[in-house]
Write a protein that binds this ligand. Structure first.
Ligand code: ATP
Length: 240
């Protein structure tokens, strides 16, 4: 569903990502990890058609992200690092607005807004102005807009950022429930979250891939002990 080959992005003389190659099969959740500045957001922005790559190729659902960006955008729900909210709108007004941008048929909008509001736990705040919501609720609204229209591919950049532990557990359960029906890339700094949610993990450091495997296999390749944690593997691989 997602195919990336030799993807490279330079910002002037700074190489943000360097020759990344990976695939995500339909229905899989890929945990995407790396220290601050490793290039995760840059990769996600390229996959969602917000940034052009400097070299390499990325395809989503068979469409080239650079040559057919509209086809790609139609199939992707994206939660950027900073959720793209309009603070002066109500949650309901905002979700209706995003539904119209996504060209959802008018007759389906009401039910779809109710569906994603229910999934993300924002039904009770639908009438409130976004700027008055807590950070956690704003984050949920960001996830809700990504789910509108039930796109086959979801790219979530730190979806549990700013949530309290109970909300985090709820969002984790929600994400887990999306597997199978959607193909997901999930970026997070909370490593136990990846262990609980994803089968496969991709770790990058300074723009380069340092690990890409099923989590249970990583432990046997990179750890001496069988019960080595993802955190230990991450620290070992990104220490450079
Ligand atoms: N618009 C830009 N212009 C110049 N350099 C940039 C730009 N955006 C990102 N970078 C640089 O590219 C590198 C990768 O940044 P990116 O935001 O992709 O990292 P990240 O892994 O998402 O980090 P974080 O975990 O802190 O969000 C960093 O060195 C960053 O400073």
């Amino acid at each position: 569903m997602i195919e990336v080959q030799n993807l490279t992005k330079r910002y002037r003389d700074r190489v943000a990502i360097d020759g990344l190659s990976f695939t995500v099969n339909e229905g899989e959740i890929l945990g995407f990890l790396g220290p601050n500045g490793a290039g995760k957001s840059t990769t996600m922005k390229i996959l969602t058609g917000f940034l052009p790559p400097s070299a390499g190729m990325a395809r989503v659902a068979g469409f080239d992200v650079f040559e057919q960006p509209l086809e790609v955008k139609r199939r992707i729900g994206y939660l950027p690092e900073t959720p793209p909210l309009y603070p002066e709108m109500t949650v309901h007004g905002y979700l209706k607005f995003v539904a119209s941008l996504k060209r959802l048929p008018g007759h389906a909008v009401k039910a779809e807004v109710e569906r994603v509001a229910g999934l993300t736990g924002v039904t009770d705040v639908l009438g409130r102005i976004i700027q008055n919501l807590s950070k956690g609720y704003k984050q949920r609204v960001g996830i809700a807009q990504a789910l509108l229209g039930s796109p086959p591919v979801l790219i979530l950049d730190e979806p549990t950022e700013g949530l309290d532990p109970a909300q985090r557990a709820e969002v984790r359960a929600l994400i887990k429930g999306l597997a199978g029906k959607h193909t997901l890339i999930l970026s997070t700094h909370i490593l136990p979250e990846v262990t609980m949610t994803c089968e496969k993990v991709l770790i990058i450091n300074q723009g380069k891939m340092v690990a890409y495997d099923e989590i249970r296999k990583l432990a046997s390749v990179h750890g001496q002990a069988e019960n080595v944690s993802l955190e230990e593997i991450f620290i070992k691989l990104t220490a450079a």
